[in-house]
Design a binder for this molecule. Structure first.
Ligand code: GH3
Ligand code: MG
Ligand code: MG
Ligand code: MG
Length: 326
């Protein structure tokens, strides 16, 4: 409930139809790079910038593309010289990952309409015509800086929302819904190119007892500690998540069953020797985990694969727990 409320608030703040919800201030002290055909032209153009920005001018496009990185907030490129391919600089700024979203302002000749169109096609955000009026330049810069900052904030909010939507809040691992979608995806990959796909289903042993004897908070603590161990024992490309209460699913792409079983055994052994004392109470808990492992077979559905994994887990429990069954 709390999570859905939170998501709804975020959703509303992402809604660009209504009132702008994100307040963005026009940044002062912005770093602006000015690029022109030679040092003198670049310096003259830089002199028209507002006083509250930090300007750096370049009379050589090679120096410019080298120096323009994440620290630059806006780029002004003078396209009016025949001897200087300013559009190349624009293209470079647009294609580089660090500057992909950096606003570009182009200076164009008022009668060179095709040049202006090409610049806008290339992703230049706005143009200002020669002779450059300092007031107009300042206004266009302010607008672009504000727009860029707004877009940055939106991107951050979106990243946060997406992360929330796929994360289990207690353990920080992926949640069941996300696991299901990744498993479907991996199964498609298996069906298409036959890349081996294995899954591990972990279930903490006698976990009800942990709650009963030590309280729900201690139970939560164990779940978190187990999640950390799980992550640290697996490869970064393995997809680990909380499948249910004290059940954890791991999707191992491009992995055969014996390797998956090795990984599961590594986790089991780590948990068995891990000290699960609860800091707050000083209680020492004896925590173990069981797991079922299965590899996807030809013609099998995801549901059938999970059923076999579950059956293997059941065997591990019946076999005395603290063990892996393949
Ligand atoms: P087994 O070895 O057969 O798996 O025994 P078990 O006690 O672990 O199995 P059972 O399924 O009977 O109990 C699971 C317990 O996990 C019951 C439930 O209260 C607890 N649980 C599920 N989710 C959470 C949670 O988010 N926090 C806490 N503290 N406990 C949880
Ligand atoms: Mg269970
Ligand atoms: Mg259990
Ligand atoms: Mg059980």
């Amino acid at each position: 409930k709390q999570l859905t409320d939170e998501l709804r608030v975020r959703e509303r703040s992402l809604d660009t139809e209504g009132e702008p919800v994100l307040d963005v201030e026009v940044p002062s002290g912005a770093h602006i790079a000015v690029v022109a055909v030679d040092d003198r032209t670049a310096a003259r153009l830089a002199a028209k910038l507002p006083d509250d920005v930090a300007a750096q001018s370049f009379g050589d496009p090679r120096d410019a593309v080298q120096a323009i990185g994440a620290g630059v907030d806006l780029v002004v490129v003078d396209l009016t010289s025949k001897h200087f391919d300013g559009l190349r600089v624009c293209a470079r700024v647009r294609s580089d990952a660090a500057t992909r979203n950096t606003p570009i302002l182009a200076v164009v000749d008022p009668d060179a309409r095709d040049q202006m169109v090409r610049a806008l096609d290339l992703g230049v955000n706005d143009v200002v015509t020669r002779p450059v009026d300092a007031g107009e330049l300042a206004a266009r810069i302010r607008t672009q800086l504000r727009r860029a900052r707004y877009a940055d904030k939106l991107r951050d909010r979106l990243d946060e929302s997406l992360e929330l939507a796929v994360t289990d809040p207690l353990t920080g691992l992926f949640n069941r819904r996300y696991l299901a979608s990744r498993l479907d995806q991996a199964a498609e990959g298996f069906a298409r190119v036959g890349e081996p796909l294995s899954v591990i289903l972990f279930d903490l042993d006698q976990f009800k007892e942990v709650n009963d004897k030590h309280g729900h908070a201690a139970g939560d603590f164990v779940l978190k500690a187990f999640a950390d161990t799980l992550k640290s024992q697996l490869r970064a490309i393995d997809i680990a998540g909380r499948f249910g209460g004290e059940e954890f699913l791991v999707i191992l792409k491009d992995t055969a069953a014996d390797c998956a079983a090795d990984a599961a055994e590594r986790v089991r052994a780590a948990v068995a020797r891990q000290d699960f004392s609860v800091k707050a109470t000083g209680d020492t808990l004896n925590v173990t985990v069981s797991a079922g492992v299965a590899q996807m077979r030809d013609g099998e559905t995801v549901g059938q694969l999970l059923d076999r994994t579950d059956a293997a887990l059941y065997d591990a429990k019946n076999g005395g727990r603290n063990q892996i069954v393949l």
